[in-house]
Design a protein around this ligand. Structure first.
Ligand SMILES: C[S@@+](CC[C@H](N)C(=O)[O-])C[C@H]1O[C@@H](n2cnc3c(N)ncnc32)[C@H](O)[C@@H]1O
Length: 452
């Protein structure tokens, strides 16, 4: 049997704090997979933060990495070295930070100055008041600036179009909520400049993905939300009442985007420099359903690793802002009871069948059919809930999965491996996605009898 050389976890890139990322169970996943991968590919069908795809690639397995979210595809292309040559690592970083013409700094100069002043003085009341009155596309606060009004007008007439030459999206949608005013303008500036650099052939597409990945990490580091995701900004009222939230606000808002971005790029470059894997990987950003439809164009698959969502929580709600950053199209915001949602969600978020009690069984049937058609082994991550009454109810049970397996792939064995997650009890004080009442499980569906 081929001996797998499992590299230490710290060589894998963790560009974003991602809910449900499999960081701590990677070794078990690799160990459970090793008997089932030959010359064919591993299909990581719901790759999220890309960490599992990276791990397979690190042990020399070719990977097809897929996730419906585009930002996930950008991260995967960066670390799975798609369209990459080592020489691409040597590009002058200063072209990213050169003072390009940024008219937006001018338009918002007064706001930036005030924000800076209140931040330095730790004047929370004035700072939050400034944010409350900052003109955003969805609040249209008493705004005397003709230039800002022009931007808003254009946004309305160019809905769903690329915003690069129309409006600074972060500044007009999120400034003062998830991010600061200056931070938002800096993010917009980098995003626009990056597109320009790509279009003018100053950087190639891998370098573009590398910088975008680093920018995704940057917004994930500075975002003012409880769990470093983008489901809700911390409310002003709560900040005023809670010292911890207040200090978190200052910590987040005082971070300088340019420094963090360049640090992230440099770190990512050094990770990739040290990454010696020579795998030929493929990255797709489609729904599972559409991957299935087009399965014939993909190379032979030995193993499908599937880590779909299991609760009603849609990932597109937690990570809508990285999607906006990548697509950079003017979104229509979702309206609920005549108001935009507090999360500032776009109205056309992707809704996964895996997050619906009614639709999940169909979605899993399709996954089993794919396993059958590709004659591959299916390694399914599952998290068993220890209590069913906390809003984290699973959309499908293991018994239901077994029934579906018996119908669709009756000749397959099913083996359940419970993973030891003691670490969660040890670390659960520092971030909400560590707090768990679940047990991680791997379910192996294989044609051949598993050697125990
Ligand atoms: C539990 S997360 C995967 C985490 C990943 N294994 C990691 O370690 O980072 C589930 C992922 O499934 C994706 N997803 C949900 N429904 C999907 C669908 N129908 N097709 C493709 N991806 C989907 C979500 O975008 C999310 O990133």
């Amino acid at each position: 049997m081929e001996q797998i050389d499992i590299k230490p976890i710290n060589e894998l890139a963790k560009p974003i704090q991602y809910l449900g990322a499999k960081n701590r169970v990677i070794d078990s996943i690799l160990n459970e997979s090793e008997n089932y991968i030959g010359e064919g590919y591993v299909l990581d069908l719901f790759s999220g933060s890309s960490i599992v795809s990276q791990a397979y690639s690190n042990i020399g397995k070719n990977v097809i990495s897929n996730d419906v979210q585009k930002f996930s595809g950008i991260i995967s292309k960066t670390f799975l070295k798609v369209d990459f040559e080592p020489s691409f690592l040597n590009f002058p970083l200063d072209i990213l930070f050169k003072n390009s013409d940024n008219k937006y700094f001018g338009i918002y100069a007064d706001w930036i100055k005030k924000e800076d002043f209140f931040l330095k003085k730790r004047d929370t009341k004035s700072l939050l008041n400034l944010y409350k009155n900052f003109p955003l596309i969805w609040n249209r606060k008493n705004n005397k600036s003709e230039e800002v009004n022009n931007i808003f007008e254009k946004m309305i007439t160019h809905l769903y179009e690329p915003a690069f030459n129309i409006a600074p999206l972060f500044t007009t949608i999120y400034a003062g909520t998830y991010f600061g005013i200056k931070q938002s303008i800096q993010i917009d500036n980098h995003r626009r400049r990056l597109e320009e650099l790509l279009n003018n052939d100053n950087i190639n597409s891998w370098q573009y993905n590398l910088v975008l990945t680093s920018l995704i990490s940057t917004i994930s580091q500075i975002v003012n939300s409880a769990g470093k995701h983008f489901a809700q900004p911390i409310k002003f009222e709560n900040i005023l009442k809670n010292d911890l939230l207040e200090s978190r606000l200052y910590k987040n808002r005082l971070i300088d985007i340019d420094s963090v971005l360049s640090e992230n790029i440099i770190n990512n470059i050094s990770l990739i420099k040290n990454n010696t894997s020579l795998t030929k990987n493929i990255v797709i950003s489609k729904t599972m359903e559409s991957v299935i439809e087009n399965i014939d164009v993909l190379p032979k698959i030995d193993l499908i690793y599937a880590d779909p969502p299991y609760t009603a929580q849609q990932y597109s709600r937690f990570y809508h802002i990285p999607e906006i950053l990548i697509e950079y199209k003017i979104p229509e915001l979702q309206i609920h009871r005549d108001k935009v949602t507090t999360g500032l969600y776009p109205s056309d978020k992707f809704k996964s069948r895996f997050c619906s009690m009614v639709k999940a069984p169909e979605a899993f049937s399709d996954l089993f059919k794919l396993t059958k058609n590709t004659e591959s082994t299916l390694l399914l991550s599952y998290s068993k809930s220890l209590s069913e009454d906390n809003g984290n109810k699973r959309m499908i049970t293991i018994d239901q999965l077994e029934k579906l397996k018996d119908e669709i792939i009756p000749n397959y064995q099913m083996q359940i491996v419970e993973l030891d997650l003691k670490y969660k009890q040890l670390n659960n004080h520092d971030s909400i996605n560590q707090k768990t009442d679940s047990i991680e499980v791997l379910i192996v569906f294989s044609k051949d009898i598993i050697n125990l």
